[in-house]
Design a binder for this molecule. Structure first.
Ligand code: LLP
Length: 422
């Protein structure tokens, strides 16, 4: 059995009962299923294998920001993934997790000098450059090091994709990428920038993009642009077409991967370029759950609160994006439903996972999972309310491994100082 499944009436991950994980590591804890990650990786790479020629198979650069645990990264690397990073910290993680630097791409609108130096000395595949000032800065830094920085320019295609305004990145008013006018200006500057080696273009229109049409609209801007740039003597060898593949949290429409792969074949493939993609959520989102224990059931005149031991500092998505996450008991999964507001112990009303959710009746002490928490869950967690980072556990073929132990309160204090004049 792989992924999350029921066995003897209990929810399990890759054959491991979740209650045994709670017993071994305590709650709250993130649990990741290696089986589910592999299934997703194979579905995406399989769709590409089916439709794209063997010599044009894309490098699937996992978006590290979605889940940057070293163990998760190493697992995806073992499956064949490359890595997309947005900071020196993520780049260092990637190297530590064993990624070949030639499979790492560095995106982001605010790369610092130190991050540029790290990228250059590590020999990464490319910097995805997002502005003219960044381009000039990178040329100067590479010049000091007597190197040439491999880059692609990130195009802002002015396309609305992305399931929520906070995660759309390809619209005119977004901070990301260069729109066509600035892009041309940047290409025109290249002859005067001896420490830049431009290899092509990139784009990423947003997250949870559920219609092939949004991708198609963005892709269709590429052939004309690539031809025009080539006609001006620029070499366009690579196209990094970003991530944004959606997962189901509730009842969203899934992207038709075959249709997507066909658009890549029909629109991108004829351009004879190396293809890169940057999937994040798709590979890990539904491979993770936040395992939590019910602390109290609190009745008020108005409603019934299910107070669990995980909170917004562990999983901020509902508070930040009003996002829906399925919630399920581990055992007694089919009792008659009761309506609950599921909340954590943090001291704000925003610490609410859901309101008025109909769930099988629960009691204090029961275990529940908050699902679809493998992407942007742990990676966005904080120590708010001085709550330690929680363990991350990987299940694999009936076994479980701790990928991160629970932080201690002393570890939280370790970097803080009381002034000696107090
Ligand atoms: N490439 C770039 C340049 C990105 O900025 C992102 C995500 C990705 C790839 C991966 O996107 P994905 O395939 O995971 O959709 N915290 C938000 C999501 C922020 C996404 C930021 N960029 C959330 O929890 O929904």
């Amino acid at each position: 059995m792989s992924g999350f499944h029921e066995m003897n009436g209990e929810l399990c991950a890759d054959g491991v009962p979740l209650s045994s994980i709670a017993e071994a590591y305590g709650t709250p804890a993130y649990v990741y299923s290696a089986g589910e990650m592999k299934k997703q990786y194979m579905a995406l790479s399989g769709a590409m294998q089916e439709y794209l020629p063997a010599d044009q198979q894309p490098l699937l650069c996992f978006a590290c920001k979605a889940n940057s645990n070293l163990g998760v990264l190493a697992y995806l690397r073992a499956l064949g993934a490359g890595l997309e990073v947005v900071s020196g910290g993520e780049l260092t993680r990637g190297l530590k997790a064993g990624f070949n630097p030639a499979h790492i791409v560095f995106t982001g609108v605010g790369k610092t000098r130190d991050e540029m130096i790290l990228g250059l000395t590590s020999g990464i595949h490319q910097f995805n450059v997002e502005s003219v000032p960044e381009l000039i800065h990178l040329n100067a830094v590479a010049g000091e090091m007597n190197m040439k920085a491999p880059i692609v320019f990130r195009l802002n295609p002015h396309v609305t994709g992305g399931g929520h305004t906070k995660i759309s990145t390809g619209r005119k008013h977004d901070k990301f990428g260069l729109d066509e006018t600035y892009l041309k200006q940047a290409f025109d500057m290249l002859p005067s920038l001896p420490h830049i080696r431009c290899e092509g273009l990139s784009m990423h229109i947003g997250s949870q993009v559920s219609t092939v049409e949004s991708f198609k609209e963005a892709f269709e801007k590429l052939p004309g642009l690539v031809r025009a740039l080539r006609a001006q003597g620029h070499s366009i060898n690579r196209l990094d077409i970003g991530g944004g593949f959606p997962i189901i949290y509730k009842d969203e429409k899934l992207l038709d991967l075959s249709a997507y792969a066909k658009w890549v074949r029909d629109i991108i493939s004829p351009l004879k370029v190396e293809i890169i993609m940057e999937p994040g959520r798709y590979l890990v989102g539904n491979a993770g759950v936040l395992l939590s224990r019910v602390l109290y059931i609190k009745q008020t005149p108005d409603r019934q609160f299910l107070i669990v031991d995980s909170a917004m500092n562990d999983l901020i998505r509902p508070a930040m994006y009003d996002s829906y996450h399925a919630i399920e008991p581990i055992k007694n999964r089919h009792l008659p439903p009761v309506s609950y507001d599921v909340v954590g112990p943090v001291c704000e009303s925003g610490d609410t996972f859901t309101k008025d959710r109909s769930l099988p009746e629960l009691s204090a002490g029961d275990l529940v999972v908050i699902r679809s928490a493998g992407a942007y869950g742990s990676a966005m967690s904080s120590n708010y309310n001085t709550r330690p980072f929680i363990p991350e556990i990987l299940t694999h073929e009936g076994t479980h491994t701790c990928l991160r132990t629970r932080q201690t309160i002393e570890e939280i204090f370790a970097k803080e100082h009381i002034p000696n004049w107090l």
